[in-house]
Write a protein that binds this ligand. Structure first.
Ligand code: SF4
Ligand code: SF4
Length: 352
């Protein structure tokens, strides 16, 4: 281990493991995606102020029963290693989500679920199939929760997390906290709640502009300078009292003012991962769900999906990405490292 950094799931250095994938891309081949995101249901029971999935949730569609059964085997055959069952809505709203999780587990895929936590109690057994569950709580009190999400479910969500911890002691549970101008003062209380629930991590990161905002010209940081200062101080205080990596704050993908900061010239992340969406489209960017310019194509049966991956349209979509259309990029570290170590050779890479 280098220095005093404890390896955690939030450690961006893990992208180094995937250099062979990038080398293949440099030779003109796109290997199967390492990670696939599954969006089972384009619907949600909350209305978060920062939601970047409104384009999707308005559609109200979900995976068919046939797709739920066929997707896991297709993903295993394709060579996918891990699956993030996540957004574009609340995944646990799908009535067959337990079947999907159990199917993915039976095929040997690693599973992570990102959920708003309101429905964990309905799927307690199947969630034990997961490597990790991240619960987007984003508040440390009922008052803040209701203010940000229009319904007070704070008590119900934190109780669900307690039950999940009791049911699956080895499951990695993260209390996710999207820092917003109106929840900054709740940060210490939320971190304390995460500890008392028995979470493995408290993960905070700033809210950013959505791709719809960016493409409408709203690109400035949602935070004022005093808000960034205050939130940074609170997070630094928590980190200073934490010697086991429980507190995780991800701010490196943002500018100093917590605005957009994509420090690379081209998108290569669209060759690493994709989003299988419930409107039967394949998205190539989780930050631009619903944007036709980052949509690879449509699928009827899951077996259609690998046939589209790596074709000429895929390369063309990746080459046409205009970074001015992008919000803060989840895969910024991938794109930065690709340019530093694969596309360019400023490092004399053979001289180890
Ligand atoms: S829980 Fe997620 S999908 Fe639902 S409104 Fe909030 S951000 Fe959007
Ligand atoms: S946000 Fe932009 S650069 Fe990042 S993966 Fe999406 S399209 Fe590519």
């Amino acid at each position: 281990m280098q220095g005093d950094r404890i390896p955690t799931p939030f450690d961006g250095r893990k992208v180094a493991y995937h250099l062979p994938h990038w080398s293949a891309m440099e030779r003109g081949e796109i290997p199967p995606p390492v990670l696939v995101t599954l969006d089972p249901a384009a619907a949600c029971n909350l209305v978060c102020r920062w939601c970047n999935s409104e384009e999707q949730t308005e559609k109200g569609v979900r995976y068919s029963a046939a797709a739920i059964v066929a997707l896991p085997a297709m993903l295993r055959r394709w060579g996918v290693k891990a699956v993030c069952v996540a957004g574009g809505g609340e995944p646990l709203l799908h009535p067959r989500i337990s079947t999907l999780l159990e199917g993915l587990h039976a095929e040997g895929l690693e599973i992570g679920v990102v959920t708003n936590g309101t429905l964990i109690d309905r799927h307690m057994d199947a969630l034990g199939c997961c490597r990790w569950v991240g619960v987007s709580v984003d508040a440390g009190s009922s008052r803040t929760y209701e203010d940000l999400k229009r319904r007070d479910q704070y008590g119900a969500v934190t109780e669900n997390m307690r039950q999940l911890r009791a049911r699956w002691p080895a499951l990695e549970i993260t209390y996710k906290y999207l820092v917003h101008p109106d929840n900054i003062e709740d940060i210490p209380e939320a971190a304390s709640a995460a500890r008392s629930i028995g979470c493995n991590y408290f993960h905070a990161r700033p809210a950013g502009r959505t791709w719809v905002d960016v493409q409408a010209g709203r690109v400035s940081s949602p935070f004022t300078v005093p808000q960034v200062t205050r939130a940074s101080e609170l997070l630094a205080t928590l980190e200073s009292c934490d010697d086991n990596g429980f507190i995780q704050a991800t701010t490196s993908k943002f500018s100093d003012a917590w605005g957009i900061s994509n420090r690379f010239d081209k998108c290569r992340a669209m060759g690493m991962t994709c989003v299988i969406q419930p409107d039967n489209t394949i998205g190539l960017c989780c930050d631009r769900r619903g944007d036709s310019r980052t949509t690879l194509g449509t699928w009827e049966h899951p077996d259609d999906i690998p046939k589209l991956w790596g074709n000429a349209a895929h390369w063309r979509a990746m080459s046409l990405v205009n970074l001015d259309d992008c919000p803060r990029c989840t895969y910024a570290p991938h794109n930065e490292l690709y340019e530093a170590f694969v596309a360019n050779d400023h490092t004399c890479k053979w001289f180890i």
